[in-house]
Design a protein around this ligand. Structure first.
Ligand SMILES: [Zn+2]
Length: 277
């Protein structure tokens, strides 16, 4: 499944329109900052009203939630999924806090999915000047197994060569991020639960196909959406000098987001259409 972050109505509508165009289910993700900007209850209301139109399922995920109170707030508000991200803490503490979050959130909403995260893949969707060496923090099948067993999470987000954001040098070249597919396969065999690939933006298409075949259930795309939004908005501002109607200036940004999301959804569901033939 494709997971795309929404920061505002333009990105939210672009994501939902692309999912309807492709007729595939989609996960709308909102980080803590994105939730603050739109409003947590407003997000649930918006998504619930979008669901009233016939179309593929739309799921709402509380992406990268760094506190138990934040996870509970999202669960209470009506989110379908919550990412409890304590991955910046030492492994033992990450296990304890994630386990406590699973227990508390499920007590409130047994139907909600809880995702846990291990390893360091950097924080936030951004344009980075250089790639830090994170080879020492890649997830091993053993620690993934221990983490899943001790926390009771539904979904695991491991560090498998993926990275949040993109490198500045990648913006003007054909360079793409690459994944450790054998590691993904080994972790999946060990844990056997849903797995999420964070930081999927600007990852090589072939690597994404292989990662999905190796067991990734969800792929997160955020930076690509934000870049498409910004570039289209810049162009609209440059070419429509006297325009002041936001809906005219923002229409190209919505179309650009829709296109990026539709392309990624097409890639993610390639295997599915082959299987159904
Ligand atoms: Zn992420």
């Amino acid at each position: 499944m494709g997971h795309f972050n929404a920061s505002d109505l333009v990105t939210l509508y672009g994501i939902v329109q692309a999912a309807r165009e492709r007729d595939v289910a989609v996960i709308v993700g909102v980080s803590e900052a994105e939730r603050r900007f739109i409003g947590i209850h407003e997000l649930v209301a918006l998504v619930s009203s979008l669901r009233e139109t016939k179309g593929p399922p739309i799921f709402l995920n509380a992406d990268h939630t760094h506190s138990l109170s934040g996870a509970l707030e999202a669960a209470k508000a009506g989110f379908d999924w919550v990412v409890c991200d304590f991955s910046s803490l030492p492994f033992g503490q990450n296990i304890l806090l994630t386990k406590a979050a699973v227990t508390a959130v499920k007590a409130l909403r047994p139907d909600i999915l809880v995702e846990g995260e291990i390893g360091d893949i950097g924080s936030g969707s951004a344009i980075h000047a250089s790639a830090p060496d994170r080879s020492g923090t890649l997830t091993t099948p053993e620690e993934a197994g221990q983490f899943v067993e001790e926390t009771g999470i539904d979904t695991l987000a491991p560090a498998v060569g993926n990275m949040h954001g993109v490198l500045r040098s990648m913006l003007c070249t054909q360079a793409r991020k690459h994944l450790e597919v054998a590691r993904i396969r080994a972790i999946k065999q060990r844990v056997g639960i849903f797995m999420t690939l964070h930081g999927g933006s600007d990852t090589d298409d072939g690597d994404l196909r292989e990662a999905i075949a190796a067991g990734m259930t969800v792929v997160h795309i955020n930076t690509e959406v934000r870049l498409a939004w910004r570039r289209a908005l810049e162009q609209a501002l440059a070419t429509q000098e006297d325009e002041i109607a936001p809906y005219r200036l923002l229409a190209p940004a919505l179309a650009a987001v829709r296109q990026v999301v539709a392309e990624r959804l097409a890639l993610f569901t390639e295997g599915e259409s082959q299987r159904s033939i």
